[in-house]
Design a binder for this molecule. Structure first.
Ligand code: IMP
Ligand code: MG
Length: 203
């Protein structure tokens, strides 16, 4: 398809979920019984998350698949994304003639060469900016950031990850390892929590 320059899609934003997207009705999917009544809608079903990550893995391999990569997972929320991303990276590597050595670590600082930081969600960007500051002290050759989600917030520092799964409205989301006070990590889909859920799991 041909696009004129002002309407060309910006793939750097990932899959863009607009503010007026109502989400999917929860009754169309399965989810743990203990969260019945606590959620508003399914923002991103699990299957779509995994499909999008497969494409991110392809893009990452195209860009940096020629060097040995240290995948650095930001715990705890990043563990599902990291596990699925590494699985796809391994599949691509295994089925191509490129051989890529990949190590995985969880934020623990030591000397790294080529770093791919894997994060669940970037909101204001403050967390990632602070983390990058720390990692840069170790003078890696390359640092790239992959974030599954980026929120449309007025970001104070304008930080933008190199790879973005989905751009979402400025709402609090849970599931696929993202939590609210440690709950909802066991939910597969990325969902919007409702007031009842917030109240129930408030600390
Ligand atoms: P930032 O510093 O505002 O970019 O916030 C990023 C961190 O806040 C992420 O690493 C998450 O741990 C947490 N966070 C931000 N938004 C959400 C959300 O909607 N659900 C769960 N955790 C979130
Ligand atoms: Mg995080």
């Amino acid at each position: 398809m041909a696009w004129s320059s002002d309407e060309a899609p910006d793939y750097g934003r990932g899959v863009v979920i607009l503010d007026n997207w109502p989400g999917y009705d929860l009754n169309l999917f399965t989810y743990p019984q203990h969260y019945y009544g606590d959620l508003d809608s399914v923002l991103i079903p699990h299957g779509i998350i995994v499909d999008r990550i497969e494409r991110l893995a392809k893009d990452i391999m195209k860009d940096i698949g020629n060097c040995d990569i240290m995948v650095l997972c930001v715990l705890k929320g990043g563990y599902k994304f990291c596990a699925d991303l590494v699985e796809h990276l391994k599949n691509i590597s295994r089925n191509s003639d490129r051989f890529v050595s990949m190590k995985v670590d969880f934020i623990r600082l030591k000397s790294y060469k080529n770093v791919l930081i894997v994060e669940d969600v970037v909101g204001t960007g403050r967390t990632m900016t602070a983390l990058l500051g720390n990692i840069r002290k170790y003078k890696p050759n390359m640092i790239k950031v992959a974030s599954l989600l980026v929120k449309r917030t007025p970001r104070c520092d304008g930080f933008r990850p190199d790879y973005v799964g989905f751009e979402i409205p400025n709402v609090f989301v849970v599931g696929y390892a993202l939590d609210y006070n440690e709950y909802f990590r066991d939910l597969n889909h990325i969902c919007v929590i409702n007031e009842h859920g917030k109240e129930k799991y408030r600390v």
